[in-house]
Design a protein around this ligand. Structure first.
Ligand SMILES: NC(=O)c1ccc[n+]([C@@H]2O[C@H](COP(=O)([O-])OP(=O)(O)OC[C@H]3O[C@@H](n4cnc5c(N)ncnc54)[C@H](O)[C@@H]3O)[C@@H](O)[C@H]2O)c1
Length: 389
């Protein structure tokens, strides 16, 4: 089996938002990288974005200008030809659009053209790793490698097992992730949302339910979070990401986790009206000069950060019980670095009484009737604090 020191060349398929970022962090770490896309202008655009990002480091004195030139001129190559891109590559990372048919056809081609022992990884954020990998010859060397956006700044990488991935391939990609200055967390099962997005999912359903209920205004929750020092509060984040994307995510969970995730009418009406958030200037909030207009004087103690934390730790318990993560510590690492949070849910909830969390969850469950908010046994009896120990 290949060792991490044997990896010299990495092929990145797709040079969009994620692909160029992945190419950048690999090249900065010293690997030879080939980016492949379907149009020359997309490749040029990807290289230009890498240039801007590295120039920023040079301007800040964090990188030598000579090193930047070396990365751009020598380590990063581009190609429109898959055979050329994957030839001699020990690792191939795919970051093409999130469409199952496209990903399968891309991997069918890669699998024909790459070395038979090359590790093949998909950066999918929502699709089944096993299904994508079903087209690959020797699927034991196929796995998920889920980076977070923006790749150059987000530390976390989820290294995800498909149903046939070998431990050796997963171990090697964890080592490689460290070499490119990332923090790998193993995801032991191929389940919707993997770890980080899954733990966030019930709170997304809750936000949709709050909007539909209409009793508590978005500012009332967001003002509390902003005053506690959150860079982005929950409704503000939804607007920032785009309400179309937010709805799409909820639809995905409705199809894969539970129908109760279906986006509510507040959100679907907004999307129908084209009020998508920051990108259209209006969503849940009005956006002026790139900022949401949030009335900070409106904070209330109706649904609070404590409620959101209770929902998060409750889902984290489920994730652990389903065997997705090695330990609760790994779950905390994933959430902390994947969501840029102050700490993970188990750490944040460690000082809290089980009754407090149970009460918060029961309050939400009674009010919104969402099954995914029901407190788990381990929350009720406090044993979530020692799960897996
Ligand atoms: N954007 C995010 O926040 C984010 C975060 C994590 C994971 N992801 C996942 O990463 C993947 C890529 O997302 P993105 O945001 O970079 O998309 P993007 O649309 O910005 O980039 C995709 C690129 O792939 C290219 N492409 C299309 N077909 C191709 C082919 N056959 N060969 C080579 N290149 C091809 C496109 O031209 C485009 O440049 C998706 O699976 C997405 O779900 C995205």
């Amino acid at each position: 089996m290949m060792k991490v020191d044997d990896v010299k060349k990495i092929a990145v398929i797709g040079s969009g938002a994620m692909g160029h970022g992945i190419a950048q962090v690999c090249a900065v770490a010293g690997f030879n990288v080939v980016m492949k896309d379907v149009k020359r202008e997309f490749l040029d655009n990807g290289v230009a974005k890498i240039g801007e990002s590295l120039q920023f480091l040079v301007d800040k004195g964090k990188m030598q200008a000579g090193e930047m030139r070396k990365i751009i001129n020598e380590r990063i190559k581009t190609s429109l030809d898959t055979a050329e891109a994957v030839r001699d590559a020990q690792v191939v990372i795919e970051a093409v659009p999130e469409k199952m048919d496209l990903k399968k056809s891309v991997f069918k081609e890669i699998s024909e053209l790459a070395a038979v022992d090359a590790i093949l990884a998909t950066n999918t954020s929502t699709m089944s790793i096993s299904e994508i990998g079903s087209v690959v010859k020797k699927p034991d060397r196929f796995l998920g490698l889920h980076f977070f956006n923006p790749v150059n700044r987000m530390k976390l990488v989820e290294v995800i097992y498909g149903d046939r991935s070998s431990h050796a391939a997963i171990d090697l990609m964890c080592e490689l992730s460290k070499k490119i200055d990332k923090l790998p967390v193993r995801v032991l099962k191929d389940r919707p949302g993997f770890i980080v997005n899954r733990i966030n999912a019930p709170n997304q359903a809750l936000l949709s339910a709050i909007l539909d209920e209409g009793k508590m205004k978005p500012d009332e929750m967001d003002a509390v979070m902003k005053k506690m020092g959150a860079k982005m509060a929950p409704f503000e984040t939804a607007d920032f990401v785009g309400l179309d994307v937010f709805c799409h995510t909820l639809e995905y969970y409705a199809n894969t986790l539970s129908p109760q995730y279906k986006p509510g009418t507040y959100l679907t009406d907004k999307v129908a009206k084209g009020e998508l958030g920051q990108k259209t200037g209006k969503g849940i909030y009005l956006w002026e000069n790139g900022k949401a207009v949030i009335d900070l004087s409106r904070e209330t103690q109706d649904i609070t950060p404590l409620h959101l934390l209770a929902v998060q730790v409750n889902e984290a318990v489920k994730v652990f019980k389903e065997g997705l993560a090695v330990s609760t510590e790994e779950i905390d690492t994933a959430v902390k670095f994947g969501m840029n949070a102050f700490a993970g849910p188990f750490v944040l909830a460690s000082g809290m009484q089980p009754e407090q969390l149970t009460e918060a969850l029961e309050f939400l469950y009674k009010r919104f009737g969402l099954e995914m908010l029901k407190p788990e046994k381990e929350i009720r009896d406090g044993s979530f604090k020692s799960l897996g120990k």
